[in-house]
Design a protein around this ligand. Structure first.
Ligand SMILES: [Fe+2]
Ligand SMILES: [Fe+2]
Length: 347
């Protein structure tokens, strides 16, 4: 699915360890550090890529670990609301499409965990942060999928919003993240289209099916607008993210692009977007839209959405149920290594 569209801090670790003591640097060490910093700055200014073995400021590394791991968590938690519908898809064709999409999201999680690992964190650490509730993931997945139309709307609007947010990440300054995003965006584009197509079929159906689509659009529209994160005026971390070439387009600009792209699609579908303030502004050459309920958004981000507990419990259970697979893979790897060693010794 897609990234948490904004930079939200994870919860602090409950029992803080001893306070980090900054080492005193010799003059030569300080000079080497300054040189590394200027090289980093030059590369960023030239729109170049930072690679895993390059020197990078600690704050840059930490920001990326947080953002990429939150993104990875969002991909795998994002499998859950739609996964609920695999066994209830209305036809074999829709079931096959949905299985492929949910599997894609799992793959996105894998690319992203791997990208985060190049920054010196481990898969176990990241998953532990998710499973103990310290790490955030995109709040959109804390809402339920009540009908089959929700699956289509998630593809059309949630994946649609994700693409808007993720395309600029293909130019992110951190090489492994940018490269992972290129493939992810291609797959997300299929997700968006299958959602739209599925809704189109329902809209050509009977009145009950059409009402089901409209109801799902009504429930998801505002949540999708909130996915882009708080207004620019309230987004304190964005400036640094822009400076580092991690964030390229502001929350409000991305949200505006999404609204402008979606309004004509809604017309083609024949659904109404649930916002009485939504109208074309001739002067701005963009759509005006109404107020987002940020209180509801923050309540969900902070763990009080309708499905937060259920999502986390399902994820933890899936991880625990998969322990035998990890054990088997490790045992197999050990066996392979031993065999290789014996062959080398015999040679
Ligand atoms: Fe994805
Ligand atoms: Fe997706």
């Amino acid at each position: 699915m897609y990234t948490q569209s904004f930079n939200v801090p994870d919860a602090p670790v409950a029992a803080a360890g001893p306070r980090e003591i900054k080492p005193v640097l010799t003059q030569e060490q300080q000079q080497a550090m300054d040189r590394a910093q200027s090289q980093f700055d030059r590369l960023i200014d030239a729109d170049g890529k930072i690679e895993p073995k390059d020197w990078m400021p600690e704050a840059y590394r930490k920001t990326l670990v947080r953002q990429i791991s939150q993104h990875a968590h969002s991909e795998i938690v994002g499998m859950l609301p739609e996964g609920n519908w695999i066994s209830r898809a209305p036809s074999l064709k829709r079931k096959a499409i949905l299985i492929a999409k949910v599997q894609d999201e799992g793959g996105h999680g894998l690319y992203l965990y791997s990208a985060a690992e190049t920054l010196g964190t481990s898969r176990d650490q990241m998953l532990d942060a998710l499973h103990t509730g310290r790490a955030k993931y995109s709040s959109i997945f804390n809402y339920p999928t009540l009908t089959w139309a929700d699956v289509g709307v998630i593809g059309w609007l949630v994946d649609g919003a994700a693409i808007m947010n993720q395309i600029p990440l293909c130019r992110c300054s951190y090489g492994p993240y940018a490269r992972a995003m290129v493939r992810i965006c291609k797959e997300e584009s299929f997700h968006q289209r299958q959602g739209f197509e599925s809704l189109m079929v329902m809209m050509q159906g009977n009145a009950e099916q059409q009402a089901m689509v409209q109801d799902a659009v009504n429930r998801w529209w505002w949540k999708c607008l909130a996915m882009f994160g708080p207004p620019d005026a309230d987004s304190t971390n964005s400036t640094q993210g822009m400076r580092w070439g991690i964030k390229r387009i502001s929350n409000d600009d991305l949200r505006q692009k999404f609204v402008d792209a979606t309004v004509p699609q809604a017309k083609v579908l024949g659904v109404t977007l649930p916002d009485s303030d939504l109208k074309w502004n001739e002067t701005r050459g963009q759509h005006d839209y109404g107020q987002i309920d940020w209180d509801e958004f923050w309540a969900t981000v902070n763990g009080n959405g309708p499905c937060n507990k259920e999502r986390l419990a399902t994820r933890v259970k899936a991880h625990e149920d998969g322990q035998w697979v990890r054990d088997a893979a490790l045992a197999y790897a050990r066996k392979q290594q031993q065999r290789l060693q014996q062959q080398q010794e015999a040679a």
